[in-house]
Design a protein around this ligand. Structure first.
Ligand SMILES: C[S@@+](CC[C@H](N)C(=O)[O-])C[C@H]1O[C@@H](n2cnc3c(N)ncnc32)[C@H](O)[C@@H]1O
Length: 495
């Protein structure tokens, strides 16, 4: 990042908008002692410490103020930044978004993370010929709020390189986000943007050397700036898109609808195991059978027997379901206990009337796990029970245009083909953790199964039942799944 900014032919005025202890400035001064640095930070303790350690540098001016509301009138030759990462509910989001919207005359999504606001303001403050380097989470490249940010990046014609860190190990300590370094400049060299994925330390070292000596990162892909589309996930520019191997793809939402599971606002209060039911004497009619933890469903098939087993092992498998005006005194006592404990004043419960009624989200035939270490996990809810937010619900659409049976859809979802195609649309949280929001799946693609003939559908279902039987008998046999994949590949693989 320092090497990038130092390629400015006459670097003089430099800004570090989230100064902290001034890691960038320290390095920069060791290379260019003559530059004039301005730094901002809102934390007085940190800034005091920083002032102390830079006290022998009269050319470093540190300001205790909010960067996003100050300094709009100044421009800089170089900007270096590792901004704070706050989600929309963790900073003064309304006031800050208003400021940036009005100053930059841009639209912004209410869910915007603060780090992108730092970035946009810094681009605005870059002089002609200026150079900037930002290290930020890569999340905005593939999230909804990122669309406006990407549009601004394109319109400002300042983006040169994006290096995306997709490490198998976590290179930056304590960071549960995947990081990206953005190298920007306001000069004539920005007609195309290079995307580089960095997967190992060795690649990282190589990129550093190359930037230092040539001013360019080794590119995995180069896209003409004019062709960049702010409305798509930019993963398409730096990661191999696996879905392109297949033909006859349709949006998943044409066939099914994915919504998150029931959010209680206090799982500890609302969920019950057998002993707790007994202890509070709650009648069964006030309890719903419910999957509360992802670890309780470890096989692709969740059956009635497995549910009974969980009941016997005293797992939390019931959801409190009092209804609007319960008749049973024990149920009332439990509600009063909740009020005594302040459960009714929690974030979600305080918004409901009455507070103890959970949202109505009927059991779905298929679940999908929210966080996935290695691969997205689908589960067939044969027990027909409810589920909390550890899983999203997958409801099948059944109308004139779509009428796929749950078993056929589930057989498809078990294949590697489905996983490959969905993975184009996932989000990453660093540390190998992959997350699917309901809309990542709704907007994902799938094979158009209605193109299968009756015979093919029947064959797939027979193979599916053979696989199911093997799993339930604890003798999992992958062969039927492989056969299903072969049928699908024969039909949908592009040749
Ligand atoms: C990720 S740290 C950057 C660390 C820094 N690069 C260093 O060398 O220590 C982000 C810094 O931004 C500061 N910060 C947070 N919100 C800010 C704001 N609105 N304006 C200026 N600084 C802010 C924090 O106090 C923190 O020191």
């Amino acid at each position: 990042m320092i090497d990038w900014v130092c390629r400015h032919p006459s670097l003089k005025y430099v800004l570090e908008p989230a100064f902290g202890l001034g890691v960038f400035s320290r390095l920069l001064l060791s290379r260019k002692p003559e530059v004039e640095i301005t730094g901002f930070d809102i934390d007085p303790v940190i800034l005091n410490e920083a002032r102390n350690s830079f006290k022998n540098f009269p050319n470093v001016n540190l300001v205790l103020a909010d960067y996003l509301f100050n300094d709009w009138q100044n421009q800089y030759d170089g900007i270096l930044c590792n901004p704070p990462y706050f989600k929309f509910h963790d900073y003064e989001n309304k006031r800050t978004l208003k400021e940036i919207r009005e100053r930059l005359k841009v639209n912004l999504n209410g869910f915007t993370n603060i780090y992108t606001l730092f970035l946009l303001k810094s681009i605005y403050q870059l002089k002609d010929g200026g150079r900037a380097a930002y290290i930020i989470p890569s999340e905005f490249l593939n999230s909804d709020y990122g669309t406006y940010v990407k549009r601004y990046l394109i319109d400002s014609q300042s983006l040169n390189h994006i290096l995306i860190f997709d490490f198998k190990e976590n290179i930056f300590d304590d960071a549960l986000t995947t990081s990206a370094i953005l190298l920007l400049s306001k000069d004539a060299s920005t007609s195309s943007v290079s995307f580089t994925t960095i997967e190992s330390r060795q690649q990282f070292e190589q990129a550093k050397i190359q930037i230092k000596h040539t001013g360019k990162a080794p590119a995995s892909n180069i896209i003409r700036a004019k062709e960049l589309n702010p409305d798509i996930k930019w993963r398409a520019y730096y990661q191999k898109q696996l879905s392109t191997k297949y033909k006859h793809l349709i949006p998943f939402k044409q066939v099914a609808r994915v919504v998150r599971g029931i959010a209680t606002g206090s799982n500890e209060y609302f969920t019950f195991n057998r002993e707790k039911v007994k202890h509070f004497n709650i009648p069964q009619s006030y309890l719903l059978p419910c999957m509360t933890k992802s670890k309780d469903a470890h096989s692709p098939f969740f059956t009635k027997e497995q549910f009974e087993h969980l009941v016997c092992t005293n797992a939390n498998v019931y959801l409190f379901h009092a209804g609007k005006s319960p008749k049973d005194p024990a149920v009332w006592n439990y509600i009063k206990l909740g009020e005594k404990k302040g459960v009714h004043k929690k974030f979600l419960t305080s918004k409901r009337t009455p507070w103890y009624i959970n949202e109505n989200r009927p059991p779905s035939p298929i679940w999908v796990s929210v966080f996935n270490r290695s691969r997205v996990k689908f589960i067939r809810n044969e027990a027909g029970i409810y589920n909390l937010t550890a899983f999203h619900c997958v409801y099948l659409k059944s109308d004139l245009f779509s009428n796929i049976e749950a078993d056929l859809l589930f057989a498809y979802l078990l294949t590697n083909i489905a996983r490959e195609i969905f993975s184009d649309n996932r989000r990453e949280y660093g540390d190998g953790l992959k997350k699917f929001e309901p809309n990542d799946l709704n907007n994902g693609l799938m094979l158009d199964l209605s193109r299968l003939s009756r015979e093919e559908q029947e064959e797939i279902k027979i193979l599916y039942h053979a696989y199911r039987k093997s799993v339930l008998e604890n003798k999992e046999n992958q062969a039927p799944l492989e056969e299903i994949e072969n049928i699908l590949k024969g039909k949908y693989l592009r040749r």
